[in-house]
Structures are given as C-alpha cells and as structure tokens.
Design a protein around this ligand. Structure first.
Ligand SMILES: [Zn+2]
Length: 166
C-alpha cells in the first residue's frame, strides 16, 4: 500500500470532524514563517498556530531562496502579512554537506552536471539565520516596515531561541 493510500484513509477521518471551512485565506495573525522541511519540525505546534493564522513556507534549511522570496511577496502584497520569522534548527541536514559533495553525488547517481548550482547548505547555524534575515532586509521586494526576526529551534528540547530582530 502506497503512503498515499494511508493519507487518503487518514483524511477520511480528518474530514469527518472538519470545522475550519469558513476560515479566511488572509492569515489572521498577519505573519509568514520560513522554516526547514525537516520532518521533526511541526511549526504549527511549536508556534501555537491554528488553521488560518499564518503562512508557513518550508524548504531545505528554511533558506531565503528566490522561491521563498516569491512566496513572501505574494504573502505580503496579496494576503496582507506584515511580519516574517525565519526559523532554522539544530541538527539540520544542511550543516552536513557542501555544494561540491552534492554536485558529485548527483553526477554519480543521475549523470547530471550541477556544477555552479547553490543548494544553500551552511556551516554555521546562527550565522545562517543572520544571513537570511539580512537577505530579507537587503531585498527591494521586502519593504522596511516589515518586521523580521530570526530564531533557532532545538530539535532535542523543542525550545525556540531568538537570534536576531530586524
Ligand atoms: Zn533542516
């Protein structure tokens, strides 16, 4: 049985008691969170978010990539968010490789040359948070009146620690 079949079954139970059908699309708490896709992170739970509260944009590392910017611009311009929180986390997989390593593996596995492509790994967790908050500040698509914060989530303790406010 594919995982998808398990999902369909789980969803039947979810939908049976579903009550959030009238929640508006613009986030009620006017905030967008950018965080990692890591399976151990459950941002809705560790941030106390309900359906309709926030945009949660996830990618490998929670990096401010071009596509994260794309989503944030839509979040702010079209759906009224006014604050961004960047959350990286301890034991992140992005700390474990360099671009050259992944480029070599892709070459071996897929026969595709990705030389020059940046997969956005990092070697210093706190610095990566600061860099991504700064990248938002430097973007002319993110206006100065948007509140931006950066934090680190500890996967062992569940604790969120502030790193920077901008
Ligand atoms: Zn991660």
């Amino acid at each position: 049985m594919a995982r998808f079949d398990e999902f369909l079954e789980a969803n039947r139970q979810y939908a049976a008691s579903f009550e959030a059908g009238d929640v508006p699309a613009p986030p009620a708490r006017k905030v967008a969170v950018v965080t990692c896709m890591d399976a151990r992170l459950h941002p809705e739970k560790f941030l106390g978010l309900e359906a309709g509260d926030a945009h949660v944009i996830r990618n490998a590392g929670g990096r401010i990539s071009e596509d994260a910017i794309r989503s944030l611009v839509i979040s702010e311009r079209l759906l009224g968010t006014e604050e961004i929180v960047v959350i990286h986390h301890t034991d992140c997989g992005m700390l474990t490789f360099r671009n050259e390593d992944l480029t070599e593996k892709i070459k071996q596995d897929l026969g595709v040359d990705t030389t020059g492509r940046d997969f956005l790994p990092f070697s210093n967790l706190e610095q990566s948070v600061r860099d991504d908050v700064q990248a938002l500040r430097d973007s002319d698509l993110i206006p100065d009146d948007i509140t931006i914060s950066g934090a680190i989530y500890d996967v062992k303790s569940g604790v969120l620690r502030e790193v920077v406010r901008s």
